[in-house]
Design a protein. Structure first.
Length: 429
């Protein structure tokens, strides 16, 4: 099923995008391997829209895409809003006409909402309550909102001392999930979400994170009960207009995440779930978010409940999974709506698979095969999975994060950088 909460009306198919509305992609987190940026470049560029992006330079594989109209210099961090606002205005003047501004991460979405008045002369973007993106992206505030509105989420505690850590482990049970409330403000070397199996590791994590972030910029550290993974990890992505109607949305299931059980989608499938769609739309409306959203859930099979884990007020990196039979996706819906053109009725394509190749192959190479355990004194070296088992998801994928037959340079550049990074890690070890 494909969700559309609009009143039924005439909705023409195959609406053409307006090439007179260029696009600027805003990313504040330095990440050369952010495949979502490349996905938006390709989706809108193929439709004839001039796509601009703030990029780290030619070292970013996305800069090699034939569909990128122009790359612009990396901007100041969102923590220096006046400087970032001035930088974006300069880029807007270079573009020469109002452009659709698309934030690719939470910090960018928060910045756009909170500085809308200063951005409006140069940019177009969905209207948003200025406080909503920060309220849903901050995991501590999100938990408070979930409790206020009765939205199911995992039981959580916020320790302030080593004694609190012991009490949380006893109350929540091990293993448990540890996550930072404001991951967009993490220092280098910090992981936003971690599966913690033992009390000793939990204490080491708590002590290390306090040392790395003594002023609490990314904090507090939230400890959550681990919902058994048997029900699976799920996500919803959609686009909501000013009235809170979902113009386009769908549900997917994670078959593989990085890191396992606590990270982003590496292998995912579009799976129809009308119940989850209704649940997700209700949450978005309750919390008042508009525009693009990306929600993560875990299904508690025993209780029959989808627990909300994360709420991202922006486009999800795997949005191309939800590409309908006419090529409509969330990036194109955003562009159509913000250019004043009608959004056509969708033709769903459940069963589509998306794969992030670099993360999948790295994970596959490290995953041990089931077999006879080594005897005493035998080195415990990882055993590679059978080649046939490794290649099966690659053959089944309908959409790749990096590979595209009509746009090979980003894929090749990603491969080169991945190889260099692997060699550097081996040298370090």
């Amino acid at each position: 099923m494909f969700f559309d909460s609009r009143p039924r009306a005439v909705q023409p198919r195959n609406a053409r995008l307006d090439p007179g509305l260029p696009v600027l992609l805003l990313r504040t987190d330095r990440n050369l391997f952010h495949h979502g940026t490349l996905a938006v470049i390709r989706s809108l560029g193929r439709a004839g829209v001039p796509v601009h992006a703030l990029l780290e330079g030619r070292g970013n594989p996305a800069s090699r895409s034939r569909y990128l109209f122009r790359g612009h210099p990396w901007g100041p961090p969102a923590e220096r809003p006046d400087e970032l606002l001035a930088h974006l205005r300069t880029v807007g003047e270079r573009i020469g006409r109002p452009a659709l501004l698309v934030p690719m991460d939470d910090a960018g979405a928060i910045f756009v909402a909170e500085h809308a008045d200063g951005l409006r002369p140069h940019f177009v973007f969905p209207r948003q309550d200025p406080g909503v993106p920060r309220g849903v992206a901050d995991k501590a505030r999100l938990l408070e909102a979930c409790h206020r509105h009765g939205v199911p989420c995992p039981p959580s505690l916020t320790p302030e001392s080593a004694a609190d850590v012991d009490e949380a482990a006893a109350a929540l049970g091990l293993p448990l999930i540890a996550k930072w409330a404001r991951p967009w403000r993490m220092r280098p070397g910090m992981r936003s979400t971690t599966l913690v199996p033992t009390l000793g590791e939990l204490h080491r994590l708590f002590a290390a994170t306090r040392e790395r972030d003594p002023h609490g910029g990314a904090g507090p550290l939230i400890l959550q009960r681990r919902i058994p993974p048997a029900g699976g990890d799920w996500f919803f992505q959609g686009y909501f207009d000013d009235d809170g109607d979902c113009l386009f949305g769908g549900t997917g299931r994670k078959h593989l995440a990085h890191p396992p059980q606590a990270g982003h989608t590496v292998a995912g499938e579009w799976v129809a779930s009308p119940e989850l769609e209704r649940h997700a739309v209700r949450i978005v409306r309750l919390l008042g978010c508009r525009g693009l959203v990306d929600l993560d859930f875990r299904f508690d099979a025993g209780a029959g409940v989808h627990h909300l884990l994360d709420f991202n007020p922006r486009i999800g990196a795997q949005f191309r999974l939800f590409t309908d039979r006419d090529g409509l996706d969330l990036a194109r819906v955003l562009h159509l709506h913000q250019s004043g053109r009608p959004v056509p009725a969708a033709r769903p394509a459940p069963g589509r698979h998306l794969l992030v190749e670099n993360h999948y192959l790295a994970r596959s190479a490290r995953r041990p095969r089931h077999g006879t355990p080594p005897g005493p004194g035998t080195p415990r070296l990882p055993r590679l999975r059978p080649l046939r088992e490794t290649l099966r998801p690659l053959r089944e994928a309908d959409e790749f994060a990096w590979y595209a037959g009509d746009d090979l340079p980003p894929f090749l550049a990603m491969g080169r950088r991945s190889a260099l990074r692997a060699v550097e890690r081996l040298r370090t070890r």
